[in-house]
Structure formats: structure tokens, C-alpha cells
Design a protein around this ligand. Structure first.
Ligand code: NAD
Ligand code: UD1
Length: 328
């Protein structure tokens, strides 16, 4: 009985692999390294080696079938996909083909091999400009970019598959803003080039690799004027997947994985400085196009139904992100 993890060499996937192996699960990890490096697997092995790995593109049906015929797969967790919002605007077809395509092909192969447990990585971006806190039952608002559309479409596709196959058990997890790293400092978020996201940018500034943080706007309707997000420690998120997998049941069940607490850009900068005793120079610049003012979860459904709740706070997130940055 093994769990198949697509995108398991990536940021959230690798942390979830650790959390699952700690619970005794044996894993079959797939990745094509389009946004990760093989070295991650060596680091994973130091933490736990209860996995096999295949360099497979999840949109390749034949290659997937070979994996499914070689292993008795109990269920899948589908992380593989592209995630850069700006790039999705410039290269929409790459996003539709990879993100929607991989979900369809994986679901198809699952049907053929009678694998009925499926956990899917979705995003809070599907809520668009709904009113906070975001709740699972809200109507999804069109997102302003193809990346968000690929998540909303993948969700709908899985719902249709579940309607056609009443044995299909799907958990759709809508992540808020994952940050931080495994406590060992061995694995973490390691984006190529200049980071787009706030925490990896802060750690590069703290290290002196980038001169200063640009804070995108201080005229939002928030207490200090900067954007508010629901940052969640990646190990809490990883443990949320373990809980979701254990609680899989027939039909489609949607869960927000967030902390339910909002933190502004400046609050995060100051928390980082406090946690690590290091200054983060910044300047205020124009708003970033496409950003919303406030985003945080109502995380009560996951607590009620999965018995899962984020435990780590902003200081833990800043400390662990910094430890990883210094060990890489
Ligand atoms: P990541 O880029 O670090 O990991 C994704 C992994 O999938 C990478 O290792 C990449 O090489 C692999 N991959 C991509 N396409 C593939 C394919 N066709 N076949 C095989 N492997 C493929 O990203 P992440 O932050 O770990 O995100 C994981 C999932 O969670 C993604 O689906 C992402 O859209 C979603 N998500 C991420 C965030 C976030 O802030 N990081 C937020 C919401 C949702
Ligand atoms: C981005 C994506 C979103 C994705 C999420 C999680 C966009 C528009 N949205 O969201 O789809 O699900 O990442 O990975 O890209 N900020 C700065 N300076 C920086 C970087 C960010 O001030 O250099 C601010 C942003 O304006 C925002 C906050 O920090 O208020 C968080 O930004 P970021 O980490 O990019 O995440 P999101 O914008 O929430």
C-alpha cells in the first residue's frame, strides 16, 4: 500500500513526503524537475528513505501507467504543476496543458487502475476578491490569471469524475501562503532566480544577496496600509495533507489550509527581524498589479472534519525560513 506523490521534489511536496513517511507511509514519488532539483531527493533520503522515485512527466499517460502497473498504489497526492502567476499570463497554454492536463491524465489513470483516493493541491487564489475570511462554500470568483483558472478548472474536473464514479474520494486542499522550511534546514523553498514571493525575497535581502525589499503599496485598506496574507508554516501544511489523506471519504471534500490569521507585509518584516536578530531594509513602492488587499482563511472546517489545525506561529516560520537560507 503506497501513496503516489506527484511533484514530490518540489517545495510543498517534499515537506509532505517527510510528514507522510514519519507516519509510516511508503511513497512513490514522481517529478520531472521542471521546477526542482534532483539534489532534493538526497536530502529527503537523509530524513527518511521510505520512497522510490521516478523521473516522469505527469502529462505522459504511458509513463504513468507503467508506474501504476509496477506498484500497488493506494492513493495519490497531486502537487505537480506550474505556479508562477506572472508567467501564466505570458504563457497561458503551458499552464493549461501542464496543470489541467496533468490532473486529467492522472485522474484517468487512477480510474483505470481503480485507485480511488485523490488529494489535490488547489489555491486560495480561486476565491478571487470574495470577502474575507474565505470559506469553502463561497462561489469562486474568476481569477485574473490563467494559473488561478487552472486550479478552478482542475477542481471542477475532479468533481465531475466523482459524480461519474461514486467510489472516488477526493480532497481538494486550498492552500493559503506557505512559508518556512523543515526544522532540519535540509529542505525548504529554493526558487530559481529572483523570488516573486515575499518570504524568499526577505531571506535573500537578509543574506545581503538582494539590496532591499520592495513593499508593494502602503495604501491598502489595512491597519498599516500593506497587504495582508494568511502565512502558514509549510510543515503545518504538510501535516494537513496527512490528515486529509487519512480522512478521505467518498465524494469531493474541500478544505482551506491556512491559519485563519492575517499578517501584513510590514508585520512579517518586523517578525523576521525579531526572530532572527537581523535587519531587513525596505522601501515602499507602487502596488503590484493583480494583488488583492486582504486574504485569509476561515480554517474551521479542516479543524472540525480533519482534526487538523496549524500549530506553528509567524516567529517559527521566520526562524525556519532563515535557517534553511543559511544552510543552502
Ligand atoms: P513547486 O514548483 O516547488 O513544486 C511543484 C513540483 O512539480 C516541482 O518539483 C516540479 O518540477 C514538478 N512538476 C511540475 N510539472 C510537472 C509535471 N508535468 N510532471 C512531473 N512533475 C512536474 O511548487 P509548490 O510550491 O511545491 O506547489 C505545489 C502545488 O501546490 C502546485 O500545484 C501549486 O500550484 C500549488 N500551490 C502552491 C502554492 C504556493 O504558494 N507554493 C499556493 C497554492 C497552491
Ligand atoms: C502569490 C500569488 C498567488 C499564490 C501565492 C502563493 C500573485 C498575484 N499571487 O500570492 O496566486 O497562490 O503567491 O504562492 O502573484 N510583496 C511585497 N514585496 C515583494 C513580494 C510580495 O510587498 O517583493 C507583498 C505582496 O504585495 C503581498 C504579500 O507581500 O501583499 C505576499 O505576496 P506573495 O508572497 O507574492 O503572495 P501572494 O501575493 O499572496
Amino acid at each position: 500500500m503506497k501513496i503516489l506523490i506527484t511533484g514530490g521534489a518540489g517545495y510543498i511536496g517534499s515537506h509532505t513526503c517527510v510528514a507522510l513517511m514519519e507516519q509510516g507511509y511508503s511513497l512513490v514519488i514522481l517529478d520531472n524537475f521542471s521546477n526542482s532539483k534532483p539534489a532534493v531527493l538526497d536530502k529527503l533520503r537523509k530524513l527518511n528513505d521510505n520512497f522510490v522515485f521516478y523521473n516522469v512527466d505527469v502529462t505522459n499517460e504511458e509513463a504513468l501507467e507503467r508506474v501504476f502497473s509496477n506498484h500497488k498504489i493506494d492513493g495519490v497526492i497531486h502537487f505537480a504543476g506550474y505556479k508562477a502567476v506572472g508567467e501564466s499570463v505570458a504563457k497561458p497554454l503551458n499552464y493549461y496543458i501542464n496543470n489541467v492536463g496533468s490532473t486529467m491524465i492522472l485522474a484517468k489513470v487512477c480510474q483505470k487502475y481503480n485507485v480511488n483516493k485523490f488529494v489535490f493541491s488547489s489555491s486560495a487564489t480561486v476565491y478571487g476578491e470574495n470577502k474575507v475570511p474565505f470559506k469553502e462554500e463561497m462561489e469562486l470568483l474568476p481569477t485574473t490569471n490563467p494559473y488561478g483558472e487552472t486550479k478552478a478548472m482542475s477542481e471542477r474536473i475532479l468533481m465531475d469524475v466523482a459524480k461519474a464514479n461514486p467510489n472516488f474520494a477526493v480532497s481538494i486542499l486550498r492552500y493559503f501562503n506557505p512559508v518556512g522550511a523543515h526544522e532540519s534546514g535540509l529542505i525548504g523553498e529554493d526558487p530559481n532566480g529572483i523570488p516573486n514571493n515575499l518570504m524568499p525575497y526577505i531571506t535573500k535581502v537578509a543574506k545581503g544577496e538582494l539590496e532591499k525589499l520592495r513593499v508593494f503599496g502602503n495604501d491598502y485598506p489595512t491597519p498599516d496600509g500593506t497587504g495582508i496574507r494568511d502565512y502558514i508554516h509549510v510543515m503545518d501544511l504538510a501535516e494537513g495533507h496527512v490528515a486529509a489523506y487519512k480522512h478521505l471519504r467518498k465524494g469531493v471534500h474541500i478544505y482551506n489550509l491556512g491559519t485563519g490569521k492575517g499578517t501584513s507585509v510590514l508585520e512579517l518584516v518586523h517578525a523576521f527581524e525579531k526572530a532572527n536578530g537581523i535587519k531587513v531594509p525596505y522601501e515602499i513602492v507602487e502596488r503590484r498589479p493583480g494583488d488583492i488587499a486582504i486574504c485569509y482563511a476561515d480554517a474551521s472546517k479542516a479543524e472540525r472534519e480533519l482534526g487538523w489545525k496549524a500549530k506553528r506561529d509567524i516567529i517559527d516560520m521566520c526562524r525556519d525560513a532563515w535557517r534553511f537560507e543559511n544552510l543552502t
